[in-house]
Design a protein around this ligand. Structure first.
Ligand SMILES: Cc1cc2nc3c(=O)[nH]c(=O)nc-3n(C[C@H](O)[C@H](O)[C@H](O)COP(=O)(O)OP(=O)(O)OC[C@H]3O[C@@H](n4cnc5c(N)ncnc54)[C@H](O)[C@@H]3O)c2cc1C
Length: 411
């Protein structure tokens, strides 16, 4: 056996690190806190329905790009795991009554937006020029097929050359938040349209790239949810001789002469290895598992001052009907915001899992509503009063259902 690598966390990163370490001749052991693999790529059952709570789609599900090669190496490229994402989704703007289908035909979409918002033609053209620039290239791994440490001068030049047509979108105004970019838009619904293509804090280039990927048919839904995808990687990892221990929480990374030499679990057991890779939470790794002893001011400043991504609440519904004609993704900008806790919810994302019949019994469906709500409100509520927390969840689920039943999901 070769040298031993200890990996903290059995999410997608930990399992992938385990596979690659095993493929390269290392003895590997993953310690995972939970009883199942996958981390946030989680799927669970409720009364005959399959609730997919994490990843819904992946890039590179079909051969011909770098990400597909990686999926193949990880044992997760089986075509039955995926179904093509044909269209992006619907944008429904209740205040103006506008509804737009965002499909793979980006040329047509751009022309439609220009006809509907003539005051913003310049902005629309600028954005879709970016989408066009990203099309037809393989950006599935964003030039990170090789780890930076293994990149050579030649491979860097090659990557730069491949990226030449889009380099400008990784600089200047396109690195700004899309919500800032959209400030220049005069038509109010169009501003909402751009801000809701993805997260409003994502850089401008990201939705450009994303629309290009959908237009190039390079995105695929996980047809059976994320669990079979995760289990395929776990199976591959084990077939390579990798070990994984569940319900095993790493409490400390053991250090000797400023070198990680193993881990101590919460139950006191210690395991030694030649390398330790942490694929758990970054903050916990740096400030708890390593006692904050191997950090610097730049890292501290990032954790202290960088804003966190806003938190989302997802409610999943099992319903006694099919959604045959609806698109899987529907963004709704509400006419009347809904008040949840002390915040106004102005938009909803409705995700309809109708791209395979795996999620619900025959004739039935699962759909999900995602809204942005502050984490602190829910955390404090469940800490102080469990009953109020459960009641509030029920209330939000009913209020949102009423909201979408009114028009979006009308039969
Ligand atoms: C709701 C949601 C939807 C998403 N949708 C998509 C999508 O459609 N497409 C896409 O490409 N990406 C999507 N993502 C992103 C993607 O799911 C994540 O980037 C990816 O799964 C992260 O994997 P990870 O292994 O880095 O982290 P995690 O999944 O967080 O795994 C970390 C693991 O480490 C374990 N762990 C942590 N600390 C310890 C410890 N001390 N000891 C032992 N174990 C420990 C945890 O239990 C966990 O299992 C989505 C993410 C979320 C949350």
């Amino acid at each position: 056996m070769g040298k031993k690598v200890i990996i903290i966390g059995g999410g997608l990163a930990g399992l992938s690190a385990g596979c690659y370490a095993a493929m390269n001749g290392f003895e590997t052991q993953i310690f995972e806190h939970h009883s199942v693999p996958g981390g946030v790529a989680a799927t669970w059952k409720r009364g005959g329905y399959t609730i997919d709570g994490g990843i819904h789609f992946v890039v590179g599900h079909k051969p011909g790009n770098d990400m597909h090669k990686i999926l193949d190496e990880l044992g997760a490229a089986e075509p039955a795991l995926f179904t093509d994402m044909r269209d992006y989704g619907n944008f429904i703007h209740e205040p103006s009554g506008i509804s737009i289908q965002i499909n793979g035909d980006v040329e047509k979409l751009s022309a439609k937006l220009k006809a509907m918002a003539p005051a913003d033609i310049e902005m629309i053209e600028d954005f879709f020029k970016g989408v066009k620039a990203f099309r037809g290239h393989d950006f599935s791994t964003m030039g990170m097929t090789n780890p930076p440490e293994l990149a050579t001068v030649f491979s860097r030049i090659k990557e730069m050359w491949q990226m030449r047509s889009v380099i400008k979108y990784f600089t200047g105004p396109y690195t700004k938040k899309i919500s800032d970019y959209a400030l220049g838009i005069q038509t109010p619904w169009l501003r909402d349209f751009f801000c809701n293509l993805f997260l409003s804090e994502s850089p401008v280039w990201f939705p450009m790239l994303y629309l290009a990927i959908v237009a190039d048919k390079q995105a695929g839904f996980l047809a059976k949810g994320c669990l079979p995808f995760v289990l395929a990687i776990e199976k591959h990892y084990k077939s390579l001789g990798g070990e994984i221990s569940y319900r095993s929480t790493v409490e400390k990374i053991l250090v000797d002469n400023n070198r990680a030499v193993g881990v101590r679990l919460a139950d006191g057991q210690e395991f030694r290895g030649d390398y330790v890779i942490s694929c758990g939470d970054g903050y916990n790794t740096v400030f708890n598992l390593l006692n904050g002893e191997y950090t610097d001011e730049i890292m501290k400043d990032r954790y202290e001052t960088w804003p966190l991504c806003r938190s989302f609440l997802t409610i999943s519904y099992g319903v006694n009907r099919l959604f045959k004609n609806e698109l899987p993704l529907n963004t709704v900008i509400l006419k009347k915001p809904l008040v949840i806790g002390n915040e106004q919810v102005k938009s909803l994302l409705i995700r309809i899992l109708n791209y395979s019949d795996h999620f619900a019994p025959a004739g039935k469906s699962v759909f999900q509503i995602e809204v942005e709500t502050g984490f602190d409100y829910w955390y404090k509520l469940q800490e102080s009063d469990r009953k109020s927390y459960e009641d509030e969840k029920q209330w939000v689920a009913s209020a949102l259902l009423q909201q979408v039943e009114k028009q979006v999901l009308r039969q």
